[in-house]
Design a protein around this ligand. Structure first.
Ligand code: ZN
Length: 467
């Protein structure tokens, strides 16, 4: 029934966009056509291999430029590194409000082809799912952004704010081609009040959307190294200052250190709302998350939530030695440290050194030249956040909106550092589908891509269309 209403409204809109835009309460999208077109964009994008490194993102930028040109929109390539262009385009508003930016990244993480059951760059559609590297991260976002942007143009929606389309290079491997450089060089082309980006997580359970996650903040990745030194010598003679032994003890202490837990505005709201849709035992945890007994439960059973409450320290790489009978003079471990947005990292590393408490082991900060930058969380209950929540109620009335703090990182940090209220959203996925992101057989459901496009279009028009 709904489908017929959309179709009629869309025909009406096609025949007379002006009437649609001005007389109707809200611009109306032909959901079915928009889904089919977004799915076609996604398939085209997957077929352009942008494994990073080396990325070669300019080919995606050129594809997008062509599609936009066909719709009468001039787009500009921002090529900070040869062959690795980002792309930006703009629909003008009347200037009464500051711009809204829609962004998604062009590059994807590499694949291990031997572990895929389909060609990762063929965009195979099977049982209503599109398979391919980037199907979720992040070409679905790029395809949806493109679809929403084109619909605003075609339906001639009168805009109060400029709507900017951006697809950026090198998000997956921080490099000079990425968002840091783009923001530094081209801020005048991106300056905005609100942004929508990846970084949300929406869950499908038993065929229904359980929640739509809106990312308002994320942890800051800041690796560190543990460098142990000792005297070198023959493997037949044990030495008390053996660097390998000292490193092993330090890794053990760092990896089991229960770092302090605390809540912020986003995580407080997250756990409160999560309690309302969780089974009784879990709901009781979420209402009392800082309780040390609850922390123990979360550490084992919900490590994702455990991580959301603290700066986390995870040893991930070890290296030492050249031969079994040689005691090496040094040994090194890499720690993946993910900091809460308000963490003082220099102080944190000092505390970690105190926990390790070994003069033979140094804690050294890793180079973060092109990595994400410290940024304040985006606020809850802004015009944009409220519009996303209302859009969620439209497309998935049975669900709730959950504000999220991501334990991973996105390019939103570069915008938040400029005062932009940036929100992470994403195509709803089952837990199984979510596990394929950066994994094998990455895939999303075409129907959910369609729902996501309607969701995004609704939220975008609510904040950007002239009232
Ligand atoms: Zn991504």
């Amino acid at each position: 029934m709904h489908r017929k209403i959309w179709t009629l409204a869309a025909v009406f809109a096609f025949l007379n966009p002006w009437i649609c835009a001005h007389a109707a309460e809200k611009p109306v999208l032909n959901g079915e056509k928009a889904q089919a077109e977004a799915a076609r964009f996604l398939a085209d994008l997957i077929r352009i291999d942008t494994q990073d490194p080396p990325g070669n993102e300019s080919r995606v930028a050129q594809y997008l430029q062509g599609v936009l040109k066909d719709a009468g929109v001039e787009a500009e390539l921002l090529e900070t590194v040869p062959g690795r262009a980002s792309i930006v385009a703009r629909l003008k508003g009347d200037g009464s409000k500051r711009p809204l930016l829609l962004m998604g990244h062009e590059d994807v993480v590499p694949v291990d082809r031997s572990r895929w059951t389909v060609d990762p760059f063929a965009a195979i559609e099977r049982d209503g799912l599109i398979y391919g590297r980037g199907a979720s991260d992040d070409k679905a976002m790029v395809a949806a952004n493109l679809e929403v942007f084109l619909q605003l143009k075609r339906l001639q929606v009168p805009l109060a704010r400029d709507v900017i389309f951006l697809s950026e290079a090198s998000e997956e491997m921080s490099s000079p081609a990425g968002m840091k450089t783009v923001v530094e060089r081209y801020w005048d082309k991106l300056d905005c009040e609100f942004a929508l980006n990846e970084g949300g997580g929406s869950l499908i359970e038993n065929g229904k959307i359980k929640y739509m996650g809106v990312g308002t903040s994320e942890k800051l990745p800041r690796g560190a190294k543990l460098e142990a030194t000792g005297s070198s010598g023959h493997g037949s003679i044990p030495r008390v200052d053996n660097a390998v032994v000292h490193l092993a003890a330090a890794v053990q202490k760092a990896g089991t250190w229960e770092t302090p837990a605390r809540l912020n505005e986003t995580t407080s709201e997250f756990f409160q709302r999560l309690a309302t849709i969780s089974p009784p035992e879990e709901a009781a945890w979420y209402r009392d998350v800082l309780n040390p007994k609850v922390q123990e439960q979360l550490r084992v059973k919900k490590p994702q939530y455990y991580s959301m409450l603290r700066t986390s320290v995870v040893p991930t790489m070890l290296s030492a030695g050249i031969k079994s009978n040689v005691i090496p003079p040094s040994a090194e471990a890499t720690l993946d440290i993910r900091a809460l947005p308000d963490e003082d990292l220099a102080k944190f590393r000092e505390t970690l050194a105190g926990v390790i408490n070994d003069p033979q082991v140094k804690v050294v900060a890793e180079d973060a030249t092109y990595s994400m930058v410290p940024a304040p969380p985006s606020r809850l209950h802004t015009e944009m956040f409220d519009a996303l929540e209302r859009a969620q109620k439209e497309v998935a009335p049975e669900a709730i909106t959950l504000p999220l703090m991501g334990t991973g990182a996105t390019d939103s940090s570069f915008l938040r550092a400029h005062g932009v209220q940036a929100y992470g959203i994403g195509v709803p996925k089952t837990e199984d589908e979510a596990r394929t992101v950066h994994g094998n057989d990455e895939r999303i459901e075409v129907k959910q891509l369609g729902i996501f496009v309607r969701f995004e279009f609704s939220a975008v028009t609510a904040v950007a269309a002239r009232k």
